[in-house]
Design a protein around this ligand. Structure first.
Ligand SMILES: [Fe+2]
Ligand SMILES: [Fe+2]
Length: 309
């Protein structure tokens, strides 16, 4: 008999409690204001009559600016994510403590990145605000509705994906201040990933077939949380062409290591749908391999055409 949502919540609570303690012991306190060069700031036009933003105010390379906007809008949508996990995990006991702690940590990411971009005039503040309004009004809905294990599998991959994307965005800025800030944010995302990865490992012990099904479905349908940002396709392509986040990294640095940690390939004790899910997963990983290789070839050819290598 598959475990229903309530049984999963109850059975997994001790895993949540253990990993919450682990998280709190490892998480380092940090302060967004320390990562922002405030003395570089200048008053803007409008109410206070300062200088309007001009494209040459920004010292960021185009692609770094695009990636920072995508990352920031993604962080901005936190109220929607909070709603999703609070409705699913509840706000009681260890689950609730985690939901609120996680939300508070994520809140810091948007604050820090926005302060940095506003003070350094890295992006057009009016365009950014309009994009934030549009993005938040479209909200975020978990593709996996109220399926607990699917959601946990999704966030495990997604936290690692944002870690890599923040980290590589920092490098692409060419600004040591942004690089330090985004490395700091990426370190938080890594701890979040470990929490969810351990939680799903607990689910694998408890209900291996259901956990495998969740993982296979999530890998097959994976989309970044910012996928509904306006113009996401174009932005994601330039981010991929710059090697900030591409299919190769998605497959080899996000999916594969987490799957290995769950021991999906060598796990015994699967039956029926669990076995089927593992076969689907293997097939999907090999399709991704082909697609990643094809993308890399095209990217190389493009670079050669443009005389970039
Ligand atoms: Fe974040
Ligand atoms: Fe996170």
């Amino acid at each position: 008999m598959p475990l229903d949502q309530t049984s999963l919540l109850i059975e997994l609570e001790p895993v949540v409690a253990t990993n919450l303690d682990r998280h709190l012991a490892l998480a380092k306190e940090w302060f967004p204001h320390e990562y922002v060069p405030w003395s570089e700031g200048r008053t803007f036009d409008g109410l206070l009559g300062g200088a309007e933003w001009r494209p040459d105010d920004s010292k960021l390379p185009d692609v770094a600016r695009t990636a920072l906007i995508v990352n920031l809008l993604t962080e901005d949508n936190l109220p929607s994510y909070h709603h999703e996990i609070a409705s699913l995990f509840g706000r009681d006991g260890a689950w609730g403590t985690w939901v609120h702690r996680w939300t508070a940590e994520e809140g810091r990411h948007g604050i820090a990145i926005r302060d940095y971009l506003t003070v350094t005039r890295g992006v057009d503040p009016i365009e950014l605000e309009r994009a934030r309004m549009a993005h938040m009004q479209s909200g975020y809905v978990n593709d996996h509705n109220d399926e607990m294990l699917h959601t946990i599998a999704y966030v495990a991959f997604q936290e690692l994906a944002t870690r890599i994307s923040h980290r590589n965005t920092g490098r692409a800025t060419g600004d040591p201040i942004a690089e330090q800030l985004l490395a700091r944010v990426a370190a938080d995302e890594n701890l979040h990933m470990v929490f969810y990865r351990n939680l799903l490992a607990g689910a694998f012990d408890l209900a291996p077939d259901q956990a495998m099904r969740a993982v296979a479905d999530v890998v097959a349908a994976f989309e970044m949380p910012g996928a509904n940002i306006e113009g996401f396709g174009r932005k994601a392509l330039s981010i991929a062409l710059a090697g900030i986040y591409d299919l190769r990294q998605h497959r080899d640095e996000v999916l594969a290591p987490v799957l290995r940690q769950w021991n999906v390939w060598d796990r015994t004790g699967l039956t029926g749908d669990g076995e089927r899910a593992r076969e689907e997963l293997a097939e999907h990983m090999s399709t991704l391999e082909t697609q990643a290789a094809r993308f890399e070839e095209r990217r190389e050819a493009r670079k050669k055409r443009r005389g970039e290598s």
